[in-house]
Design a protein around this ligand. Structure first.
Ligand SMILES: CC(C)(COP(=O)(O)OP(=O)(O)OC[C@H]1O[C@@H](n2cnc3c(N)ncnc32)[C@H](O)[C@@H]1OP(=O)(O)O)[C@@H](O)C(=O)NCCC(=O)NCCS
Length: 144
């Protein structure tokens, strides 16, 4: 997803609001997951999110979302966020987020997600890392 940062998205310093970035991350992650599952989805979790650099009005915000691993009724997506200066093309990574979505039917019941085709070593490693993150999430949830 690519958008230009407009004054309406910004704080008084002229930087995009964190909440706006979070909204776009949720949307980009959901689109990637919808294109895999072709079902209704709800966001179950968003892992710790950092804002490494500000993105200023007039810059582009670029979000790249990729499903990392499918579990049973849930799946994880990674969203990388970049800023790009329109006049120079200078690009910088500003955030990385991992989100979990749960597939549901129209009555809210959970439904199994189709398996993910994992082909390269890099994809296999990403999926293993996703499984470790999932264990940690569910452990934390158990503590709440
Ligand atoms: C997310 C939600 C569906 C989980 O329901 P639940 O009854 O606690 O969980 P279930 O036992 O049905 O588990 C369903 C799946 O969610 C996963 N899950 C549940 N809580 C999770 C969490 N905090 N983090 C990651 N995964 C989670 C489970 O592991 C399971 O996945 P699996 O089948 O792949 O193993 C429920 O809490 C909910 O509807 N929350 C509100 C969602 C929402 O409104 N989001 C914002 C707007 S879309």
């Amino acid at each position: 997803m690519v958008q230009v940062v407009l004054p309406n998205d910004a704080n008084p310093l002229g930087f995009i609001l964190g909440g706006t970035v979070m909204h776009l991350i949720d949307i980009a992650g959901a689109i990637a997951c919808h294109r895999h599952t072709r079902t209704l989805l709800v966001t179950a979790a968003v892992d710790g999110l950092e804002f490494l650099h500000p993105i200023k009005v007039g810059d582009l915000i670029i979000l790249k979302a990729r499903v990392t691993c499918v579990f049973r009724t849930s799946l994880e997506v990674r969203v990388d966020v970049y800023s790009e200066e329109t006049l120079t093309g200078r690009r910088q990574q500003t955030s990385r987020a991992f989100l979990t979505f749960v597939a549901i039917d129209s009555h809210g019941g959970r439904i199994p997600v189709a398996p993910l085709l994992v082909e390269t070593d890099e994809e296999r490693k990403e999926c293993e890392a996703a499984q470790a993150r999932r264990r940690e999430r569910l452990r934390r949830k158990g503590e709440v």
